[in-house]
Design a protein around this ligand. Structure first.
Ligand SMILES: *[C@@H]1O[C@H](CO)[C@@H](O)[C@H](O)[C@H]1NC(C)=O
Ligand SMILES: *[C@@H]1O[C@H](CO)[C@@H](O)[C@H](O)[C@H]1NC(C)=O
Length: 333
């Protein structure tokens, strides 16, 4: 069900009308966090997704290379695009998988930074609330996982979105899986107010870089492909607000896509462990600049003149590097 119709109304107006005013006064779904950029205004971080498998499927090898590149780039933090613990999230706060698939795997000194994480669909198959519990930080102080949150660094503002509840199949045809929907009792209003708050928060942002992060793909040529629910409901908000990147996991690959209707890039980093899923699809009206089906991760360096990004494979070899200079920065020069 669409929350708004782009053709006839402005997004924010319609979100207000459809969501109603009661939700405006309810507490925000977006936790706000601050992580100041470096003193020269730059920021660097790694992105990993779809990883927690007790080190198996090359998870440990990828972790080792992340440590090496993390040091080289002097990263400020790590970002996880979800599916943090396979196969079914954490069982509880004391689930040993938290240590065995996270603390004991990403051991390099350069990775001892905050890990900003969203939940993926596999995380919802376990005790989703356990991953959100702040008690995990007494086990490993790096762990910052929320359903939806905003991370402000000054130069860049990151909008992390809980994408799993958007996907119809998990509700209508769960294929024998049980999802932990506690906290999302009324799905339509949960999604509606999430979108409305997101739209308002991006509009208010004064950061040079606006980056949205979620677990599910919007555009992908990998195994799962595009996520129609996000194309319909999330994408219009990102385009309307000139978001620079949408960063996701879900497809266990590395890919970079851009489409004809905006300069936004769709970056998949979901290759933290099990990969090689195959199934390269056709891209509709989009250009695929890079696709790699194996394991690896992504690095991002941002400053006032551009974004410098790379995808690395399991050997830490850069497979694809690129610069991105958004239009609004061109105009300032
Ligand atoms: C681990 O990585 C190597 C090198 O890419 C690959 O040959 C091997 O198949 C990978 N193992 C798994 C389980 O994917
Ligand atoms: C931005 O970063 C790039 C690559 O790291 C560097 O070449 C460039 O000089 C930096 N620009 C500023 C203004 O710091």
């Amino acid at each position: 069900m669409a929350c708004f119709d782009r053709r006839s109304f402005s997004i924010s107006l319609v979100l207000t009308v459809v969501c109603g005013f009661s939700l405006v006064s309810s507490s925000s779904q977006f936790q706000r966090l601050h992580h100041p950029a470096k003193s020269d205004g730059s920021l660097s971080f790694l992105v990993i997704g779809d990883w927690g498998r007790h080190g198996l499927y090359n998870q440990s090898e990828v972790a080792f290379q992340m440590g090496r590149i993390g040091k080289e780039l002097d990263i400020d933090f790590v970002m996880s695009t979800g599916d943090n613990f396979y196969d079914s999230g954490l069982k509880g706060v004391n689930d040993p998988a938290f240590r065995e698939s996270f603390s004991k795997i990403y051991t390099d000194k350069s990775l001892q930074k905050p890990w900003y994480s969203v939940l993926g669909n596999h995380d919802y198959r376990g005790n989703a609330k356990a991953q959100l519990n702040s008690r995990l930080r007494s086990i490993d102080p790096r762990w910052f996982c929320f359903r939806s949150f905003i991370l402000n660094t000054g130069i860049a503002e990151f909008f992390f979105v809980d994408t799993t509840p958007f996907v119809d199949n998990y509700f209508t045809d769960p294929d024998g899986q049980i999802y932990d929907w506690r906290g999302i009792q009324h799905r339509p209003s949960y999604l509606c107010s999430l979108l409305k708050e997101l739209d308002m928060a991006i509009k208010r942002s004064t950061a040079k870089w606006k980056i949205v992060v979620g677990h599910h793909t919007i555009r992908s040529i990998g195994h799962h492909g595009d996520t129609p629910e996000l194309i319909e409901r999330l994408l219009p908000i990102l385009k309307d607000n000139d978001v620079d990147f949408y960063i996701n996991g879900h497809d266990h690959c590395l890919e970079r896509i851009s489409c004809v209707d905006s300069r936004m890039e769709f970056l998949t980093s979901g290759a933290g462990s099990k990969a090689w899923r195959g199934g390269e699809r056709r891209a509709n009206q989009c250009a695929v600049h890079f696709f790699y089906d194996g394991q690896g991760f992504m690095s991002v360096q941002l400053n006032s003149t551009g974004a410098f990004m790379a995808f690395y494979d399991v050997f830490g070899r850069p497979r694809h590097r690129w610069n991105y200079v958004p239009r609004h920065l061109h105009f300032e020069m």
